[in-house]
Design a binder for this molecule. Structure first.
Ligand code: ATP
Ligand code: MG
Length: 239
């Protein structure tokens, strides 16, 4: 099976510093892969390479089996990307923001479809017609997640998607991601949250100093063991 996403010996130099070194992993169709690592480990940088915003210094990244360097438009059209600090417009309400950004992505979406996505992320109905400057952090994040969902792409790249969400909202979000994966979508999410990564992911890769230093996979029907991953994370961080 052709992986939805593949990093092949990916290395990347930014401003003279090596920020990714020989990173290789794949994300299969229908799989949730969590890239876990501390601040500055290279998580966000990895996502940007799949979108063709940063070019590998060595190695390559592939989307649906095609090198991003050869077909950046193809890669971008297959991917919805939730950035680390998604910025929607404060003077617009949720519907207006969704409409505007989907327009830019050349997608026409009905109000009903917007409501469905906003229901999925549990954004209160009464808030949807309000300017987003009155939203809490979690409400803004939920709207940004809904925007990524409405792109309706086979691949999701999510940078700290649960940042700002409360524990109940995180559980609901993880359940939703599992549903999307069951329906065949591929998810690459990056996070520092060991518990969340283990709760939702089929596989967890541990990134430290730009290198993939560990990989953890769930046994059939089970979740990845949080203690094991936490110990590896903490040991590596202390090293
Ligand atoms: N615009 C930039 N120009 C040069 N170097 C950068 C730039 N952005 C990030 N870096 C460097 O690249 C390395 C990896 O950063 P990256 O943002 O990918 O880390 P991260 O794992 O996403 O961290 P965080 O958890 O803090 O978001 C860091 O050493 C950082 O200093
Ligand atoms: Mg980051």
């Amino acid at each position: 099976m052709i992986p939805a996403l593949e990093a092949r010996s990916l290395s990347l130099v930014r401003d003279g510093t090596t920020v990714l070194e020989d990173v290789s992993f794949t994300v299969a169709p229908g799989e949730i892969y969590a890239l876990l690592g501390g601040n500055g480990a290279g998580k966000s940088t990895t996502l940007l390479t799949f979108l063709g915003f940063l070019a590998p210094s060595c190695g390559s990244v592939l989307v649906n089996g095609r090198a991003v360097a050869e077909d950046v438009d193809g890669a971008r059209s297959a991917i919805a990307y939730l950035p680390e600090a998604a910025s929607l417009y404060g003077h617009l309400d949720a519907y207006e923001n969704l409409g505007y950004f989907l327009d830019l992505a050349a997608r026409k979406v009905s109000r009903a479809a917007m409501d469905e996505a906003l229901d999925q992320v549990a954004l209160p109905r009464e808030a949807r017609g309000r300017r987003m400057q009155s939203y809490s952090k979690g409400m803004r994040q939920k709207t940004a997640i809904a925007l990524a969902l409405l792109r309706d792409t086979p691949i999701l790249l999510l940078d700290e998607p649960t940042s700002g969400l409360d524990p109940v909202a995180i559980d609901e979000f993880h359940d939703m991601l599992k549903g999307l994966a069951d329906a065949g979508r591929s998810v690459l999410m990056v996070t520092h949250d060991v518990y969340g990564a283990c709760q939702v992911a089929d596989r967890v890769g541990l990134l430290r100093g730009g290198r993939l230093v560990g990989s953890f996979e769930a046994a059939a029907g089970e979740r990845i063991d949080t203690e094991t991953v936490h110990a590896a994370f903490a040991a590596r961080e202390a090293a």
